[in-house]
Design a protein around this ligand. Structure first.
Ligand code: SAH
Length: 248
């Protein structure tokens, strides 16, 4: 549509005068269609894996969060145009941002509720933390590689996520001062279920972790505690994550 010149000038002036936040929203919009296509691929993966995962579609709140978080901001700038492919991407320091389907599935399986306090191990790019932050009251996230953790903290802050607390350290040990957690999401693979994390999970809590050997098969395991705090674990899906490393 062709606008009269005077109107076009006014729109331009308004755009130039817009605060930074609005400029960001406009930037996100240029990826909105790609993000919706990615979400459709994620939903297709949900259907394809439903027999193992027990879920054939995302909870609508989780789908909305995946459809909203600007993944292109969480990948290196030169990969921004590939940010909405349904695949993991390198983020430096030999680490990766997980595949969107896996982020969505893990988020869905811990049943995030608005009042929940959630712990994430392996901040990485900060993307999973942002998705969780859209869904729960408070997110605590720990990263062992200092520059990654610092970069993610700055990005989450600049995107306006005020309900995320970040820490540099060994996530195997959890975050005892902030425990107990309603849910725990482990995004690096330990070779066994970390006992400190199990202990820091509240009654009725849900913990998801890829457990397995460094280079072999890992199984996504979902541990649930009942109201008495008794834990039951089930295996969900074969996955491949970077290893959970321990502080040296
Ligand atoms: N959740 C991330 C994906 C992270 S990849 C995202 O959304 O981008 C796994 C991350 O776990 C890496 O950044 C790795 O450095 C980190 N990590 C590995 N071992 C860790 C440990 N013991 N404690 C905390 N983070 C760890």
């Amino acid at each position: 549509m062709k606008l009269p010149m005077i109107l076009r000038r006014r729109l331009l002036a308004a755009a130039l005068a817009a605060p930074l936040g609005a400029a960001c929203a406009a930037e996100q919009d240029s990826y909105a269609a790609a993000r919706q296509r990615m979400l459709a691929e994620v939903e297709a993966d949900m259907r394809a894996t439903a027999r193992s995962t027990g879920r054939n579609r995302l909870d609508p709140r989780v789908a909305a969060a995946i459809g909203k978080v600007p993944r292109h901001r969480f990948v290196p700038a030169q990969l921004a145009d590939r940010a909405y492919e349904n695949r993991p991407l390198p983020i430096g320091h030999q680490q990766t941002i997980s595949q969107p389907f896996i982020v969505a599935l893990m988020t869905d399986l811990v049943d995030p509720k608005p009042a929940d306090r959630v712990l994430e191990i392996g901040t990485g790019s900060g993307y999973q933390a942002a998705v969780l932050a859209e869904l729960v009251a408070r997110v605590y996230t720990i990263e062992i590689v200092q520059p990654l953790g610092e970069q993610a903290a700055a990005l989450l802050k600049s995107l306006g996520y005020r309900n995320v607390e970040t820490r540099i350290g060994d996530g195997y040990l959890g975050w005892p001062e902030a425990a107990p957690f309603d849910a725990i999401v482990v995004t690096a693979a330990p070779d066994h279920m970390p006992q400190p994390l199990v202990e820091q999970l509240a009654p009725n809590g849900r913990l998801i972790a890829p457990v397995g050997s460094r280079y072999g098969i890992q199984l996504l395991q979902l541990l649930r505690k009942d109201a008495q705090g008794r834990a039951v674990t089930r295996s969900v899906l074969e996955v491949r994550f970077v290893p959970l490393t321990r502080a040296r």
